[in-house]
Design a protein around this ligand. Structure first.
Ligand SMILES: NC(=O)c1ccc[n+]([C@@H]2O[C@H](COP(=O)([O-])OP(=O)(O)OC[C@H]3O[C@@H](n4cnc5c(N)ncnc54)[C@H](O)[C@@H]3O)[C@@H](O)[C@H]2O)c1
Length: 258
C-alpha cells in the first residue's frame, strides 16, 4: 500500500516543474485525491494527463492563489469533488525575475508579494480551518527557496518573501501542534524547471548563469525537480510524524545550517 493511501491533498503550482513532480509522487504513493491549483489550467491538465487514471483521483483547477475569493471557491469545489477535506497542503507556487533592487518598481514588489507570500497566507487560512475542524491532523508543506535563507542578489524582494514564508511556517507550526498539524518548509536551490529559466533569461548574463550556480553548489550541479519533490513527499507521509517547524534545504549543499 502506498504511503499516502486514503489522503486528500492540494498542490499549488502543480502544472509545472517541482509541483508536477510532487503530484506524480503523491499518485505513486496512492493518495486518494490530489487537487492541482494552478493559474495555468493547461499545465495543470497536462499533469493530470501524465498521471493518468489509477488509484488517485486527480482534479485540475484554474486558481490564482493570490486571490482570496478564488482560493475559497476552489477549495470548496475540491472538497465537494473529492468527497472530503484536505489532509495535505503543499504551497509550491512561486515566481520571480532577476533585477537589481534599485532598478525595480513598487508594482513589481506588489506582484512578488502577492504570488510568493499572500498566496501562501490565502491557502493556509482557508485550508487550515478545514484541517482543524476535521480533527484528523494534517500536513502543510511550504516551498520556500535558499534565497530566503541566504538572500540572493538580483532577487531581493523574492528573498524577502521566501524569508517571510519560512518564519510564517514556524509560527503556524507552533499554533497548530495542538491539532497534530505539522508545518514544514522545503527550501530548493537551483532546480531545472521553467521557473528557473524564467529567472535565468531575465538576467543580463543567462549564458553564464548555470556555470555560476554550479561553482557555488558543493555538489557542482543543478538539481532536478523530482529530487525536491522527494523531500516534500517524505514530509507528507507518516515517516515524518515527528518533524515539526523545520526548514529543509534540497540544494546540493548550497545552504548548510548548523
Ligand atoms: N526552480 C528553482 O530553481 C527554484 C529555486 C528555489 C525555489 N524554487 C521554488 O520552488 C517552487 C516551484 O518552482 P518551479 O521552479 O517548479 O516553478 P515553475 O515556474 O516551473 O512552476 C510554478 C507553477 O506555479 C504556477 N503559478 C504561478 N503563479 C501562480 C498563481 N498566482 N496562482 C496559481 N499558480 C501560479 C505556474 O503557472 C506554474 O505552473 C516555487 O515556490 C519557487 O519559488 C524554485
Amino acid at each position: 500500500m502506498g504511503k499516502l493511501a486514503g489522503k486528500i491533498a492540494i498542490v499549488t503550482g502543480g502544472g509545472s516543474g517541482i509541483g508536477r513532480e510532487i503530484c506524480k509522487q503523491f499518485a505513486e504513493e496512492e493518495c486518494a485525491a490530489v487537487a492541482i491549483f494552478d493559474i495555468n489550467l493547461e499545465g495543470a491538465q497536462e499533469t493530470l494527463q501524465i498521471i493518468g487514471s489509477g488509484t488517485t483521483k486527480v482534479f485540475a483547477y484554474k486558481v490564482d492563489v493570490a486571490d482570496t475569493a478564488n482560493v475559497q471557491q476552489a477549495v470548496a469545489q475540491f472538497v465537494e469533488d473529492a468527497g472530503g477535506s484536505p489532509d495535505i497542503l503543499v504551497n509550491n507556487v512561486g515566481w520571480d525575475q532577476a533585477f537589481w533592487f534599485l532598478d525595480t518598481q513598487p508594482e513589481f514588489w506588489d506582484k512578488l508579494i502577492a504570488i510568493n507570500y499572500k498566496g501562501v497566507l490565502n491557502m493556509c487560512w482557508v485550508v487550515l480551518k478545514l484541517m482543524v475542524a476535521a480533527g484528523r491532523g494534517g500536513r502543510v508543506i511550504n516551498v520556500a527557496s535558499d534565497a530566503g535563507r541566504l538572500g540572493a542578489a538580483h532577487e531581493a524582494v523574492y528573498s524577502g518573501c521566501k524569508g517571510a514564508v519560512i518564519t510564517f511556517t514556524k509560527a503556524l507550526a507552533r499554533e497548530h501542534s495542538r491539532h497534530n498539524i505539522l508545518c514544514n518548509v522545503v527550501s530548493p536551490g537551483a532546480t531545472r524547471t521553467a521557473g528557473y529559466d524564467n529567472v535565468k533569461y531575465s538576467r543580463d548574463d543567462p549564458e553564464q548563469f548555470d556555470a555560476k550556480n554550479e561553482r557555488q553548489i558543493p555538489l557542482r550541479r543543478i538539481g532536478e525537480p523530482g529530487e525536491v519533490a522527494r523531500m516534500i513527499t517524505f514530509l507528507a507521509t507518516d515517516d515524518a510524524s515527528y518533524v515539526q517547524g523545520q526548514i529543509i534545504s534540497v540544494s546540493g549543499g548550497l545552504t548548510m545550517v548548523g
